[in-house]
Design a protein around this ligand. Sequence first.
Ligand code: HEM
Ligand code: MG
Length: 345
Amino acid sequence: VPPPPPGPLAFNGTKLVNDEDHPFMPPRKGDARGPCPGLNTLASHGNLIDLLCDQYLPRNGIATPAQIINAVQEGFNMENEIARFTTYTAHLMDGNLVTDLLSIGPKTPKTGPDPPPPAIVGGLNNHGTFEGDASLSRADAFFGDNHSFDQELFDQFRNFSAIYGNGFFNMTVAAELRFHRIQQSIATNPEFSFAGLRHITAYAEASFPPIFFVDGRKTGAEAGQLDMAAAESFFKHMMYPPDFHRPAEPVNSDAQAVFEVHPFQPGRNVGGVNNYTVDESLGGLLDFCGFYENFVNKTIKGLYPNPTGVLKRNLNINLDFLFEALPKAGDGSQPCTQVFPYGHD
Ligand code: HEM
Ligand code: MG
């Protein structure tokens, strides 16, 4: 039975996370790495032998949701609710719900035997589930590789940081580059898709670098300003900068701050480039409950139309974990209504 998600950290201040118990080692042949620089980094730092005690994530890049939540909290001080939301969203689409294992990179037999199609169990590299277009450091799947570090895109990341951030990647740069990457994909990718979950994650992830990748000891004018050496370390080398300390308190994304500079509706190119067509039917950043309902009733139900046995039980358990992790209103109440595609039992 999948265990309940870990709770918040007991000690949640800043601390050295690139410590001697978690040395960096480049991925070995066969280790799974993928589109997320945060998870890639966590998997690349740890004990040199596969002893789980001194690892943020298993070095092979295959992890349970509980391991991922613990790792992003411990290694980056990601706030508990968003850690749970992100992890269960990914696991439900890209993970193996029977073995409770998710690849942070490609599809692999290491997550165990697959449930019947149309289930994909594709790992985080799978395009169109969690991974999506217009990423800041990875190319669109249409161009052939949606998960490897892309030097040209990183050069653009650097240029935008020079122009809008005085050499640093901050929230101003995040907003400008996020908008520019959307325009680039509209103009060059006939299959550009920016609907539903991707409308949410694209804005959230653009805010991640200034929030998670800046050393937690920085305060005042230095806070929220990511220098290019640290950015390259995370994005390109999957490596904490020397002496890196995690954020000083549990931190969340700030999708709204990125979005409101250049608001842009969910949608996709239809029938070719430069033909962006708004499609709000899967929800998005401004319709979170619409996203949630469609995610469960269309996306997950589409992957798992008729589950039985352990698969059905674990789907329901993971769907409960997801619902409990949805962002709450200001007064702590849950704005969305839970949906049950497989009944309750
Ligand atoms: C992107 C998964 C936590 C930083 C992504 C992507 C996935 C993903 C699938 C690819 C989306 C795309 O750009 O197409 C996850 C999961 C997490 C998690 C399941 C579990 C909580 C984190 C954390 C950080 C982080 C803690 C920062 C420390 C990023 C960044 C991107 C990204 C910066 C954007 C990369 C780009 O646009 O090129 N993540 N992530 N993620 N993630 Fe994570
Ligand atoms: Mg992408």
